[in-house]
Design a protein around this ligand. Structure first.
Ligand code: NDP
Length: 458
């Protein structure tokens, strides 16, 4: 038998790669991992974690204002972006160190360097060639930006976390997760925010009521949302600001200090040598894998965003764990990705699990839709005009709940629990039989009565 330096060599120290490496090592495999930036990957370094910290920071603006309705006199508050970024950086450094320490204590060889595939069993890193029985590609994704004139003046989510100052006037391009999350963050922290989206409503793919509700709440908070508009060119002015030509229904010119592109992400496969190793890639450059994470080259595997499927941290973690168990455990395991809940940390946030109304109607033909819009108790005294949306989609025939959607404070926290019930096949009657927890917004999910029945035509 050929002897390899390692049984598993992982390229990429993000959520999926680190999980795979640690589980493989715990199953007795000799494992090495290489990362060319910082351990922790997108989620820890410039994604979920710093984003959520910024969301907390932004929310204080409303908290201070709302406090007055509860009898507090709040002196004018001052915000320091450099202080926030320094605190965020400290936490990210702590977490990144923790990732590395955990790898080392799991007896994984930790390498800092850009690894490249040489062939199906060899990687080159830091001028050395190392061999492995299995190689795992877990290199994640990278922001995609369309090549319009002046795009070099724009930033992406890679840069926004480390700007020296809070931008004053920002144009955000895109209508997906990152665009609406940063619109809320920067608006909350005091910037004047315009979001420009080429489609008819933000968050394509989400439930239509959720999309419309978030749009309304964003506008109420003072964010300008331009729909059916796109950016044609960006020019730098003599004073350093950016002049942006917006095309579409209401063509206009905007002058801002920052343009943030949030127009999707693409798999990070450009310099890996995958083609040389015979690994098939999809049109977007994602590694094509089977249900067990194996690529078209049997010794090469991939998990997480680099596979261009569901770009979510917990999914990459599941895939990484399943792959390690498949390679070094008793029997092959594929990640069970039924009923994956997801959140958008917009303001207010969204929590969602299961099918949207449109998807459910297409798949089931006949559905019952339950919906409520209400003002959270907090806002009876704060005076804020913010409304919460809760929505359940039910299969008429079986009465199984197919989807739950919420826009409002704590929606991600609430939906995580509902995901368990929905995954277990809970019916509307199960929801109704559950005693409400009062007073809460979550109780609306077990007290929904007003039904709209919908049938697919044709
Ligand atoms: P998304 O895919 O969510 O959204 C991309 C947006 O950019 C869409 O509105 C899209 O429009 C628009 N767009 C794409 N190409 C162009 C173009 N050429 N010109 C103009 N607009 C364009 O990507 P994000 O960058 O927001 O996020 C990437 C992924 O990261 C998400 O899909 C998600 O999986 C993950 N993520 C998850 C988070 C969470 O769980 N909370 C938070 C942040 C990211 P259209 O709809 O018309 O295609």
């Amino acid at each position: 038998m050929t002897s390899y330096d390692y049984q598993l060599f992982v390229i990429g120290g993000g959520s999926g790669g680190v999980r795979a490496a640690r589980i493989a090592a715990s199953l007795g495999a000799r494992v090495a991992i290489a990362e060319n930036f910082r351990y922790g990957g997108t989620c820890v370094i410039r994604g979920c974690v710093p984003k959520k910290l910024l969301v907390y920071a932004a929310h204080f603006a409303e908290d201070f204002a709302d406090a007055q309705g509860f009898g507090w006199t709040v002196p004018p508050a001052e915000f320091s972006w450099p202080k926030l970024i320094a605190a965020k950086n400290k936490e990210i450094t702590r977490l990144s160190g923790l990732y590395e320490n955990n790898l080392r204590s799991s007896r994984v060889a930790v390498i800092h360097g850009a690894a490249r595939l040489v062939d199906a069993h060899t990687v080159a890193v830091n001028g050395q060639q190392l061999t492995a029985e299995h190689i795992l590609i877990a290199t994640g994704g990278t922001p995609f930006v369309p090549q319009i004139p002046g795009i070099e003046h724009a930033i992406t989510s890679n840069e926004v976390f480390d700007l020296p100052q809070l931008p004053q006037q920002v144009l955000i391009v895109g209508g997906g997760y990152i665009a609406v999350e940063f619109a809320g963050i920067l608006n909350g922290l005091g910037a004047q925010v315009t979001l420009c989206y080429r489609g008819e409503q933000v968050l394509r793919g989400f439930d239509d009521d959720v999309r419309a509700h978030l749009f309304e709440e964003m506008v109420k908070k003072g964010i300008t949302v331009l729909l059916h508009q796109d950016v044609a060119r960006i020019d730098k002015l003599a004073d350093g600001r950016l002049s942006v030509d917006v095309t579409g229904a209401q063509a206009s010119n905007l002058v801002v200090d920052t343009v943030l592109y949030a127009t999707g992400r693409v798999p990070n496969t450009v310099v890996l040598g995958l083609a040389e190793a015979g690994v098939a890639l999809d049109k977007a450059g994602g590694v094509v894998v089977d249900a067990f994470g194996q690529s078209s080259t049997p010794s090469i595997h991939a998990v997480g965003d680099v596979t261009n499927r569901m770009a979510l941290t917990p999914v990459a973690i599941r895939e990484g764990a399943a792959l390690a168990n498949t390679l070094f455990g008793p029997s092959p395991v594929s990640a069970d990705l039924t009923t994956v809940p997801s959140a958008v940390f917009s303001q207010p946030p969204i929590g969602t699990v299961g099918l949207t109304e449109t998807q459910a109607l297409a798949q089931y033909g006949e559905i019952d839709v339950y919906r409520a819009k209400f003002r959270n108790m907090r806002h009876t005294l704060s005076g804020r005009d913010e409304r919460t949306l809760v929505k359940l989609i039910v299969d008429t025939a079986s009465q199984r709940v197919l989807g739950a959607h919420m826009v409002g404070a704590d929606a991600p926290e609430i939906i995580q629990g509902l995901a368990i019930a929905i995954r277990m096949g809970a019916t509307k009657a199960d929801f109704d039989a559950t005693v409400a927890l009062h007073p809460s917004a979550a109780e609306e999910f077990v007290t929904l009565r007003d039904k709209v029945s919908r049938k697919k035509h044709g």
